[in-house]
Design a binder for this molecule. Structure first.
Ligand code: CUA
Length: 354
């Protein structure tokens, strides 16, 4: 609709240019969270360099071919009244020219192929210099778990990493094919059932980097986001120490609202899908582990900021926020009242050792 509007209101070349910018998300010009033009790690930088090399080669081909075409069109056009309206003399075959074009094509492909192969090897070779931290990322419809096997830590939707450290990520899926992509750091590599894919990445600096599932995996594929949080070594160690603790107990914190919320969390079925370490019940793995939910930045797998209002909206009507999610059925069955939602929000927000 937008394109047809532009075509009728503007001259066609401008319409095409504007539509192109619109469709590309204009990510080159604005501070986009998911742009690949602002790499913050060696893998993303390598991929961007490869993109520029390819872009350079195809631009060169375009300019050469278009120039020859334009020259031929102008130079050999039939001029009215010149007696050239009939076809000019046809020629066939020019071995030197044909061999030259074939050789030039091969040379240009080699220019692309050499850095591509080098890059493919680089992406699958974790540098041996220094520590390698291992994380197992598992995709679910439509959220993520992040497990640190060497550290005994399990979390969901937010992957903390120490900056300037090589991270090896094992890519797993619990259901369909997903794809792990952090545009500013690395990607994309598919998470395929019964196949142990992996990738590595490193963040140059501290920061919160947006991640996104990059393989269509169902109706809320576009809502399957996550965050990579890169911090200094000390902050990372402190985070790990907190993650190893059980969930904060509202009874010891003199927090009656959160205490009432914990009661509801157990009786309203939340605990059947969500695990909270220390609750004394073995929560399921159908939903994210919520042991330290209170210190997460987002709710609903990176979709909303973790504010009490957003959390309440999510519990009240998850279907509106993430169509097709598993929690909708549970919420509908429980028919939660507003005071109950308020208590649940208080409990979940209290799960914070920070
Ligand atoms: Cu998971 Cu798309």
């Amino acid at each position: 609709m937008l394109v047809s509007f532009l075509c009728t209101k503007l001259k066609l070349p401008w319409a095409i240019l504007l539509a192109g910018l619109f469709l590309s998300g204009c990510s080159v010009f604005i501070d986009a969270h998911q742009t690949t033009f602002d790499p913050k790690g060696p893998i993303a930088r390598d991929q961007l360099t490869l993109f520029y090399i390819t872009l350079g080669v195809v631009t060169f081909i375009f300019v050469v071919v278009a120039s020859i075409l334009l020259y031929a069109v102008v130079r050999y056009r039939a001029k009215p009244g010149s007696g050239q309206e009939t076809l000019p003399e046809q020629t066939h075959g020019n071995p030197l020219l044909e061999a030259g074009v074939v050789a030039a094509s091969i040379a240009l492909l080699v220019v692309i192929a050499v850095p591509t192969v080098r890059s493919a090897i680089y992406i699958y070779t974790v540098p041996e210099d220094g520590e390698i931290l291992e994380v197992t990322a598992t995709g679910y419809q439509w959220w993520w778990t992040f497990e640190y096997p060497e550290l005994g830590v399990m979390t969901a939707n937010e992957m903390w990493i120490p900056k300037e450290t090589n991270i090896r990520i094992n890519l797993r899926t619990q259901d369909v094919i997903h794809s792990f992509w952090v545009p500013k750091l690395a990607g994309k590599v598919d998470m395929i059932p019964n196949r142990n894919n992996w990738m590595w990445l490193r963040a140059d600096e501290e920061g919160m980097f947006h991640g996104q599932c990059a393989e269509f995996c169902g109706e809320s594929h576009a809502n399957m986001l996550f965050r990579v949080i890169s911090v200094g070594r000390d902050e990372f160690d402190a985070w790990v120490a907190r993650q190893r603790q059980p969930g904060r107990d509202p009874a010891t914190a003199d927090d009656p609202l959160a205490l009432a919320g914990r009661e509801l969390f157990q009786t309203k079925g939340c605990v059947q899908c969500h695990h909270v370490e220390g609750l004394g019940l073995d929560g399921g793995i159908l939903g994210p582990d919520l042991t330290h939910f209170g210190e997460r930045h987002t709710v609903a797998a990176g979709l909303l900021a973790n504010t009490p209002e957003n959390l309440a909206a999510w519990i009240r009507d998850p279907e509106r926020i993430k169509p097709g999610n598993l929690m909708t059925a549970g919420v509908v069955n429980q028919n939660l009242t507003e005071p109950e939602i308020e208590r649940l929000v208080a409990y979940l927000k209290s799960l914070n050792l920070n």
